[in-house]
Ligand binder design. Structure first.
Ligand code: CMC
Length: 460
């Protein structure tokens, strides 16, 4: 093995000037400093620039054992420690339990803002003036209707179609109704699709719900606000106007605000990854809906309800907890990949529970949930593993109290997440550093095999 120790500067051109700076001049996130790595295959040392607490994977590709070597790569299944973009939309500090949209704490937004204002904030980066908000609200209200052919298309689904499958297909189908949406380099066209998508999601979601119930699809009532109109499309029957209780409308708004964005999660990554091919936003958002459909992403609150029902009574909570500690069970709605202190969304949802149950009557499963939380938060098993209630622990109880069947829970997540997906998609399309998403692989299959035609193989 070579013992050469010459140091090679492989910093990317845009960070080269900082790569040789001493650590004295580095900022807290390492910007201005560098990482020295020694390749023990060749003995060569390399200086790799640190920027924003990261090194560039493309810099590592310059580390080669010999001229034939394609260069060092990073193996990171699930992107557990890989930053895929720069983003100014959502900030999370998992250790401190902080979630901010465009710098505004989620607690303040949930208490003082509306979903449409938060959607504006996410999409445009700043809070709207009165005039900007009025125009935004008017445009979104104006676009709530969908083409009648979309309705007919949805009516063609089987009577027992899963509403999330219907939503996913219908959103994808919208791209055929708006062919101009493929022109993603035109800012006005992009903004129009953003408005259409945010406006039409409740309509499509409500129709998917009515379909499963065999009820006629209800058209939007554009005199109602965003959440109130959604409730009307879900539950209106023969009355002139469906007027939901203000407290329920507000609770739904709060749930929508809490679910609007959550930085680079599985579905957002799907939207960005598919969007990086420069496809239209309907196709990219339908990819996000597909990702959210999976039980590891959008489906945990349904699992919480099933778990609470299985436990059955407060008396059975201690034995269930023992089962969890013994590895026989999992306490659904507890734990998070990022939040290791508490999930700020869970705290807000727990408060919203009280307001909803004031109207609907208390969900009897609440007592079991509260007891589970009480015991778990004191128990050494959960404390040492930093397991706290997450956003899904209480949200299913609210949805059930609002008369939603469990299959609708993910639809209720997808509707508000659309503004986050679109904010991320707009950011992607404006980001000159982005390229078509194309990860590497470590190939583990055979090589250079001789192909024998089927006629010869089968006659052997
Ligand atoms: N119940 C019991 N033990 C748990 C739980 C739980 N809910 N979550 C984690 N643990 C234990 C796990 O067994 C492991 O223990 P040990 O070190 O003895 O092996 C330790 O805690 C670390 O767990 P992990 O699986 O390495 O943690 P992770 O970051 O990979 O998983 C999680 C995070 C959310 C998938 C997991 O906590 C979980 O499965 N929770 C229940 C499902 C759930 O509520 N999911 C919704 C997440 S919030 C949705 C969103 O933000 O989009």
């Amino acid at each position: 093995m070579s013992t050469e120790t010459a140091s090679t500067d492989i910093a990317s051109s845009d960070t080269a000037s900082s790569s040789t700076a001493s650590s004295d001049t580095a900022s807290a996130d390492g910007t201005g400093s560098s990482l020295t790595v020694r390749d023990n295959r060749t003995g060569t040392e390399y200086d790799v620039a640190i920027t924003d607490g990261t090194i560039r994977a493309s810099d590592l590709a310059k580390i080669k054992a010999d001229d034939e070597d394609p260069g060092l790569a990073v193996y990171d299944p699930g992107f557990v420690n890989t930053a895929s973009c720069r983003s100014s939309i959502t900030f999370i500090d998992g250790d401190k339990g902080i979630l901010e949209y465009r710098g505004y704490p989620i607690e303040q937004l949930a208490e003082k803002s509306s979903y449409l204002e938060v959607a504006y904030l996410l999409v445009h980066g700043e809070l709207p003036s009165r005039q900007q908000f009025d125009a935004w609200e008017h445009k979104i209200t104006f676009h709530t209707f969908v083409h009648e052919n979309v309705k007919r298309f949805m009516e063609g689904f089987r009577y027992d179609a899963h509403p999330m499958g219907m939503l996913l297909a219908s959103v994808g189908a919208l791209s055929t109704f708006y062919p101009e949406s493929r022109n993603i380099s035109d800012e006005n066209i992009r903004q129009l699709q953003v408005i259409r998508l945010i406006a039409k999601m409740p309509t499509l979601g409500a129709w998917a719900f009515r379909h499963a119930q065999g009820k006629p699809y209800t058209y939007p009532d554009n005199d109602l606000g965003y959440a109130a109109n959604f409730l009307s499309m879900l539950f209106k029957m023969s009355e002139q106007r469906f007027e939901a209780d203000e407290r329920l409308i507000r609770a739904l708004e709060v749930l929508f605000i809490l679910h609007a964005d959550h930085e680079q999660n599985c579905s957002t990554n799907a939207v960005r990854s598919v969007g990086s091919s420069q496809v239209d936003p309907y196709s990219a958002v339908s990819a996000g809906i597909a990702a959210l459909f999976g039980p590891l992403h959008g489906g945990a609150n349904e699992a919480v309800l099933k778990m609470l029902r299985r436990i059955g009574s407060v008396d059975d909570v201690p034995s269930f907890i023992e089962g969890v500690k013994g590895g026989k069970e999992r306490l659904m709605g507890f734990g998070h990949r990022v939040y290791k202190n508490y999930d700020p969304r869970a705290t807000i949802i727990k408060k919203a529970c009280d307001e909803v149950f004031e109207v609907t009557g208390v969900n009897p499963l609440l007592k079991i949930a509260v007891e589970l939380e009480k015991i778990a938060l004191e128990d050494e098993y959960f404390v040492t593993r930093q397991l706290y209630p997450n956003v899904d622990f209480y949200s299913g109880l609210i949805y059930e109290a609002l008369s939603f069947p469990p299959e609708m829970f993910t639809v209720l997540f997808a509707i508000p997440r659309t503004s986050g997906w679109l904010a991320q998609w707009l950011e992607l399309t404006d980001d000159s550093e982005q390229k078509i998403a194309r990860p590497k692989q470590i190939y583990t299959g055979g090589r250079n095999l001789d192909f024998v035609p089927a006629s010869e193989r089968w006659s052997r």
